[in-house]
Design a protein around this ligand. Structure first.
Ligand code: ATP
Ligand code: MG
Length: 420
């Protein structure tokens, strides 16, 4: 796991990251942010964006490396010129249906409850959690691809929480007690996807310090007390994929993605109105902005049909994430696809809510860049929900670099030793 190792080695050298680039290689757009790091916060100095071709990505994953490198280079150059400098380090988001993110909550019994937990014991406890997570990941990817020998890799690992005999602790070392519960979020992806991102970074001559699961980044970026207390669902509707993350009881429980986003809506409009793709895209965007056109009624009908299918997909993944428990009463939407008003309406519709285990009808709101306190935008070019995902990636670069938590440090050592 070379990437994780890299960032962790950097930690050992003690040099703090002062500037970095976040690269969100989306199905529709490659987006780059150049930002400075100032006391745990990010300050965006430059932004760039380049639309990707229809064949460059396949529902959230790279399909044509050279084309994607070219697109990213354009977005990066724009961002770097605006910022007036070029960071060497980059954080890249990973998304797609086969990226599995889940939190493993694992209970272990200590034989000698009166002995304080030592560093090596903590390492062993964490290792057991990670072994459990690996088994789970392999099972689910093999099951979904139908292939026996898909090579899955750990791309991202973070501690969600730890409890000893029911008490929450931030650092278990030195505590006595019998029952240790540790919760760790892990994201796994097939090697082929991860490798493509590594190749893109190296062709761009950048130092890839971390690959981050995009829904995880989105779910962390708000960092608000409200989310920690009450939980939330985060839904990122992109061009090719929809990502859903569930935060419950203060931590991320899981992330799911499915291959449906704004592009599918455009494609339906193109097919049914017999228009070329770019014309259909423009028509959709105008429609979403409320610009009247004689075909607005047709578009409305087509979008309604597609949104119904999309909502059924969201329902499926939310039900899976809920795992029999109640869902939180708050949904945050982001991603360019969520600019269609029907998307928000679909999640607030009584018929949608009734089919899922919500304790009360959820409050559905659009995440705007100015709600994100962890990242400040000096360019004033980050204007709406489409820019939230790259901001989330930027925040992950900061969180990863600044964490001095002993539990996180132990997790990193274990992952390094396990070579997963
Ligand atoms: N005003 C608008 N109204 C409707 N749809 C819009 C609007 N603006 C952008 N979109 C849609 O948003 C989608 C792109 O969103 P975004 O940039 O979040 O996707 P992405 O990150 O490239 O894709 P993914 O996350 O799926 O890999 C496109 O399908 C586009 O049509
Ligand atoms: Mg996206």
């Amino acid at each position: 796991m070379t990437i994780l190792r890299r960032i962790w080695q950097r930690e050992g050298t003690g040099e703090a990251l002062t500037a970095c680039t976040a690269l969100d290689i989306g199905t529709e757009f490659a987006k780059a942010l150049v930002f400075e790091i100032d006391g745990g916060h990010g300050v965006v100095k430059g932004v760039g964006r380049k639309r990707q071709g229809l064949a460059h990505m396949q529902s959230g994953t790279v399909a044509d490396i050279s084309a994607v490198v070219d697109n990213c280079a354009v977005a990066l150059q724009e961002a770097e010129e605006m910022a007036g400098f070029r960071p060497e380090q980059v954080v890249i988001g990973i998304a797609g249906e086969l990226v599995k993110g889940f939190t493993t909550v694992f209970d272990q019994q200590r034989l000698k409850a009166d002995q304080p937990i030592s560093q090596p014991e903590l390492g062993r406890l964490i290792e057991n959690v990670q072994r459990q997570a690996m088994r789970e990941a392999e099972r689910s990817v093999t099951w979904e691809t139908g292939l026996q020998s898909v090579d899955v890799r750990l791309v991202h690992a973070a501690v969600v929480g730890a409890w000893i005999d029911g008490y929450a602790v931030t650092n278990p070392i030195g505590f006595q007690g019998r029952n240790v519960r540790i919760a760790i979020f892990d994201a796994f992806a097939p090697l082929v996807h991860l490798g493509a991102l590594q190749t893109v970074a190296s062709r761009l001559h950048m130092d890839l310090i971390a690959v981050v699961a995009e829904p995880y980044a989105v779910a962390r970026v708000l960092d608000s007390e409200q989310v920690r207390q009450g939980g939330a669902l985060f839904v990122d509707v992109g061009g090719g994929t929809t990502d859903v993350a569930l935060v419950r009881q203060g931590g991320i429980e899981g992330t799911r993605m499915f291959a449906l986003g704004g592009r599918a809506f455009t494609k339906s409009i193109a097919d049914r109105l017999e228009l070329p793709f770019p014309r259909a895209e423009a028509l959709k965007v105008d429609y979403a902005r409320g610009i009247a056109d004689e075909r607005a009624d047709d578009v409305r009908e087509i979008v309604a049909d597609d949104v119904a299918v999309w909502a059924a997909g969201v329902e499926l993944v939310m039900e899976e994430l809920a795992a029999g428990d109640l869902l939180p009463g708050r949904i945050y939407l982001c991603g360019g696809g969520s600019r269609l008003p029907e998307i928000r309406d679909a999640l607030a519709a009584p018929s949608f809510v009734a089919r899922l285990p919500f304790a009360r009808p959820p409050e559905v709101s659009i995440l705007a860049p100015d709600q994100i306190e962890t990242i400040r935008d000096e360019t004033r070019l980050l204007e709406d929900q489409q820019d939230v995902t790259p901001m989330g990636l930027a925040f992950q670069a900061i969180e990863l670099g600044s964490s001095s938590n002993p539990l996180e440090a132990s997790l990193r050592r274990v992952v390094r030793a396990m070579k997963i």
